[in-house]
Write a new protein. Structure first.
Length: 160
């Protein structure tokens, strides 16, 4: 059975948009950050996972927001501001599927990787594969009152 080239790609995009839409309906406002755990890849073909343990502001129960198939992660915090807003409460969350935005997100980070590639290797060769497959990723953002976490990942899960 032969597949039509565009059909499988379109299904992935529809699925990605559905994942982003479900994430955008979640409410993490005022949930307190209790822990952040990184699960690095165990091999070359493995992906990183990131867990945010959040305490729900209304029930005080702990829930775990996990991102799977992570490609990039940017985490910026001003701990003085966060201390003034103790506990480290979330302000909002959002998921975007715009490929142009994701490409910019990846390229801006390259300067911070502190990696030099010697000729004849092309300067962007290490990220070329990722840039080609950006349509399979989602850019997730969790905003805190004093910081932001941005995660380029394939999907997420929420355990209560």
């Amino acid at each position: 059975m032969r597949r039509r080239p565009g059909k499988l790609e379109r299904m992935k995009r529809v699925n990605k948009n559905a994942i982003a839409a479900r994430f955008n309906k979640l409410d993490f406002h005022d949930d307190a950050l209790k822990a952040l755990k990184l699960h690095p890849p165990s091999g070359r073909n493995d992906f990183t996972s990131i867990d945010f343990e959040l305490q729900d502001d209304s029930t005080n129960s702990v829930k775990v927001l996990s991102f799977h198939g992570c490609a990039n992660f940017r985490f910026v915090m001003d701990f003085d501001v966060l201390a003034d807003n103790w506990p480290f409460n979330t302000e909002s969350s959002a998921a975007k599927t715009d490929v142009t935005r994701m490409r910019k997100f990846v390229k801006v980070q390259m300067a911070h990787w502190r990696t030099t590639y010697m000729p004849p290797m092309i300067k962007d060769k290490p990220v070329r594969k990722k840039l080609v497959t950006l349509r399979s990723y989602i850019l997730f953002r969790v905003t805190f009152f004093g910081g932001t976490a941005e995660i380029l990942a394939k999907h997420y899960s929420l355990k209560r």
